[in-house]
Design a protein around this ligand. Structure first.
Ligand SMILES: [Zn+2]
Length: 292
């Protein structure tokens, strides 16, 4: 335990050393901080270009799937998508104790596009695939710390019961009414990179309408199944009314930074300390150095 903590501490200090901002980027940070204190009226402010969006400091976004204890039949690969309830609670406590404040996609969008101010130590907590434990354990835990979450719903699964139970319409409506964001994760988890023309109706348009019918609110955000996107069709998400979309931890597309916002999975094997350092390693850079 101590050994791994030291290892992480040294990795973290190495990162801090290698990510010291140059004089030029220090100036950029100062400008960002100065504008951050000004209230932005998005209706009267020119939206930022892609280069400006790419240059803004990334906000950490966490991704969760199943919140349950492992069973013998779980494959090794599935372990990344399963976190035990106690561990999830411990990780949320760590975030609260570390001073993180949860934000929602509209806040992130206004920050990226208009430079709007975010709370101190912002973080976004997202859930994919509609599992009921995200409501029973996830939402209950988030409430305890005053956090709000983002729920990316795969509409085919709504209300299904079986080996995995999924959220009902009523639970989704409640999450929305309580101020969480309900967003789209396709109809049945089809890989976005393999969409055919007809999929825009079944995987995008109809699920959006269904979620809007349930919540009574506009659905404006999307998460790619498997985190996989395709540059050549990203523009269509905008045409279908989406303001932003979320991938996993791969590099953003510099031509579509709003449609390739990065998230990291908090795998069940992580301790709270592992998660803390992983957030810093993946997001707390002054500027993304990734390409492609
Ligand atoms: Zn998914």
């Amino acid at each position: 335990m101590i050994k791994s903590a030291l290892l992480y501490a040294s990795v973290s200090s190495l990162l801090l050393t290698s990510c010291q901002p140059s004089k030029a980027s220090k100036e950029k940070v100062a400008v960002t901080n100065a504008t951050a204190t000004v209230k932005i009226d998005s209706a009267n402010t020119k939206p930022a270009d892609n280069k400006t969006i790419m240059a803004r400091r990334e906000v950490p976004v966490l991704c969760y799937h199943q919140i349950r204890n492992n069973i013998a039949s779980d494959s090794k690969r599935a372990h990344d998508d399963i976190i035990a309830p106690d561990k999830f609670r411990e990780h949320m406590k760590m975030l609260a104790d570390s001073g993180y404040h949860s934000i929602l996609p509209d806040q992130l969008y206004n920050y990226l596009v208009y430079g709007a101010r975010l709370p101190e130590k912002p973080i976004m907590i997202t859930f994919d695939d509609t599992d009921e434990d995200q409501f029973t354990v996830g939402n209950a835990t988030l409430k305890k710390y005053g956090f709000k979450g983002v729920y990316f719903i795969m509409t085919v699964s709504i209300g299904r019961k079986g080996r995995i139970n999924y959220m009902t319409k009523e639970q989704i409506k409640q999450l929305s009414d309580e101020g969480n964001t309900i967003a789209s994760h396709t109809y049945d988890h089809k890989n976005f990179a393999q969409f055919t023309d007809g999929d825009w109706k079944t995987q995008i348009d109809e699920p959006t309408k269904k979620l809007e019918e349930i919540t009574g609110k506009k659905v404006a955000y999307f998460a790619f199944p498997y985190g996989v996107c395709k540059s050549s069709t990203l523009h269509k998400l905008k045409e279908y009314g989406f303001k932003a979309a979320f991938i996993l931890s791969t590099a953003r597309d510099e031509n579509y930074p709003l449609y390739t916002i990065r998230r990291i999975i908090d795998p069940g094997r992580y301790t709270a300390k592992n998660l803390y350092y992983s957030i810093n390693k993946s997001f707390n850079k002054t500027k993304s150095k990734q390409s492609g």
